[in-house]
Design a protein around this ligand. Structure first.
Ligand code: XMP
Length: 513
């Protein structure tokens, strides 16, 4: 395992990502991690970049014990300045920020970090830079603006680089990271998904022990299904999955989830139909944030009520709560002030932890979304489920704009179903990151047969994105949109008009509410 100590750079998680791409397992911890508190010994350490200046008061610093481990160390950007700071100053405030491409000139061809990396383009993004060599180091590479683009210790395997090898704009960044992890640190290249399943299952068994029981919510999405399947393999019936029908689910959702998880995957699942309770509380509410709160709180109430009905065989109380938290959720909450495992407010089950005195199990907390999907494929979770678009916790309630009534939900549900069905038929589902229909609280005039109609408007939305922070609308062929619009107006009662949303995020968001 390679340890990445995170100083808060926006690129930190990419370091982990790149190393895993060549099957080296990597863990990222906050930069203030005490080495004496680590339960394992890393084969190498990477200090990430970060937005601070090493000489400023209050800026984060690494535990000096990293130098006593005798393992190779690579400092990237802030990480390199930190190495220089510890080994005798030499950090200057950059006169101007350097941001963008630079060409690397490798001076010392014998440096193993730069094997096959010479004269390639690298990506710079920094304010400070070295003004002199720290004690014991030599210059390995330069660039036009950075006389110390890379440095290495004369006797120890300690390296510093000013540029970011983890971003794709650094042409040979992957190679450099591989040189470090595999050649210099001698890290094993045995991180695979199949491997992960075995390790995780035995970890869960040890954690839970021979009698304790675990409860967890499933939503029909890939994360909670994969997490539930892992638990089910590890402890069988001692894992209790609960699915709450909140009345604002997609068409056929509850039946499909029930069938897939129980018959298909053998998960011990209870389906709770709480539609009336949710819809009752949503009556008259139009404010999107209020809708979210009501759904989140009601979910917790229903889940807790159901949990109380479970009688563990051991006679003890339920001890653990399963959460499908992914790596990006975890790293979002790591900062140099220490890790705080806060769950995104938009995570439906966040509030459960405070109320129920349960310990957390998060089997996916080290994985990225595409790794979870790979895991799902290996565990033979149906393809359709593994590749499903994300669906918000508040469901159709935030896609029915304005008041959520059963009649309005029905219209949104039917329209959404047709849109997704056509997308799948056209073979476009996997090209699109998320697609749905929103029902607008606007009436518009139409004409059907000889009759004048006055009904609502459906807005279709389909986006492409990698991280959901920014997104672009998907370009459909006109004939596709024509077909969908005609089907929706003809088949869904209450819709007179269909529009397609052509706004990117930003300035718009993905959802309409
Ligand atoms: P926005 O609309 O914020 O959406 O651009 C970004 C992604 O987040 C999803 N989303 C939610 N998911 N609860 C959720 O679980 C919510 O309240 C919520 N709001 C938005 C949205 O579907 C998209 O994938």
């Amino acid at each position: 395992t390679i340890l990445v100590l995170d100083f808060g750079s926006q690129y930190s998680h990419l370091i982990t990502r790149r190393l895993r791409e060549f099957n080296v397992y990597t863990e990222m911890l906050p930069c203030t991690q005490k080495i004496s508190e680590l339960s394992w010994k890393p084969k190498g350490i990477i200090l990430s970049g970060g937005p601070y200046s090493v000489y400023e008061e209050g800026s984060p610093h690494v535990d000096h014990a990293i130098f006593d481990l005798g393992v190779p160390i690579l400092g990237i950007c802030y990480g390199m300045q930190e190495l220089a700071w510890i080994n005798g100053k030499g950090v200057a405030r950059g006169e101007k920020r350097e941001y963008g491409p630079a060409t690397l000139d490798v001076q010392d061809q014998s440096c193993p970090l730069f094997k096959d990396v010479d004269h390639s383009q690298v990506w710079m993004s920094h304010g400070d830079k070295l003004s002199a060599l720290p004690t014991g180091f030599t210059t390995v590479a330069t660039s036009d603006n950075s006389p110390f683009a890379a440095i290495a210790h004369k006797t120890e395997k300690i390296y510093g680089i000013q540029f970011h090898p983890e971003v794709t704009h650094t042409a040979k960044g992957n190679l450099l990271l591989r040189n470090f992890a595999v050649d210099i640190c001698k890290a094993n290249q045995n991180w695979t998904m199949a491997n992960f399943i075995d390790t995780e299952i035995s970890r869960i068994r040890t954690l839970v022990g021979p009698t304790a029981e675990v409860i967890g919510a499933v939503s029909g999405g890939v994360d909670s299904t994969v997490a539930a399947k892992l638990l089910s393999i590890a402890i069988g019936e001692r894992f209790h999955a609960i699915y709450v029908d909140n009345g604002v689910m997609r068409k056929n959702e509850t039946e499909t989830v029930h069938k897939t998880l129980t018959e298909g995957l053998g998960i011990n699942l209870t389906v709770v139909d709480a539609s009336e309770e949710f819809l009752g509380k949503l009556k008259g509410v139009t404010d999107p944030e209020k809708k979210r709160k009501i759904i989140g709180n009601t979910f917790i109430e229903v889940f807790e009520r159901q949990a109380a009905l479970i009688q563990p065989k051991s006679g003890e109380e339920i001890e653990f709560l399963l959460q499908g938290t992914l790596y990006p959720d975890v790293i979002e909450s790591i900062s140099f002030k220490g890790p705080s495992h806060t769950i995104k407010t938009h995570h439906n089950v966040g509030g459960l932890l405070d109320d129920m005195k349960l310990k957390l199990i998060e089997p996916l907390r080290e994985l990225f979304k595409d790794e979870v999907r790979a895991l799902g494929e290996i565990m033979e979770i149906p393809h359709d489920l593994v590749w499903r678009h994300p669906f918000p916790g508040p469901g159709l309630a935030i896609r029915v704009l304005g008041e959520v009534t059963p009649a309005q939900v029905k219209i949104a549900r039917e329209a959404d179903f047709i849109f997704i069905e056509e997308i799948k038929k056209a073979g476009l589902y996997r090209e699109i990151s998320q697609a749905f229909a929103a029902l607008l609280p606007v009436k518009s005039v139409g004409v059907m047969g000889d009759q004048r109609t006055y009904e609502q408007v459906i807005a279709l939305r389909a986006i492409e994105t990698t991280d959901f922070m920014t997104a672009d609308w998907f370009v459909f062929e006109a004939s596709f949109l024509k077909r969908v619009a005609s089907r929706i107006v003809n088949e869904v009662d209450g819709v007179a008009r269909v529009t397609y949303d052509i706004t990117s995020k930003p300035p718009a968001t993905v959802e309409w509410e």
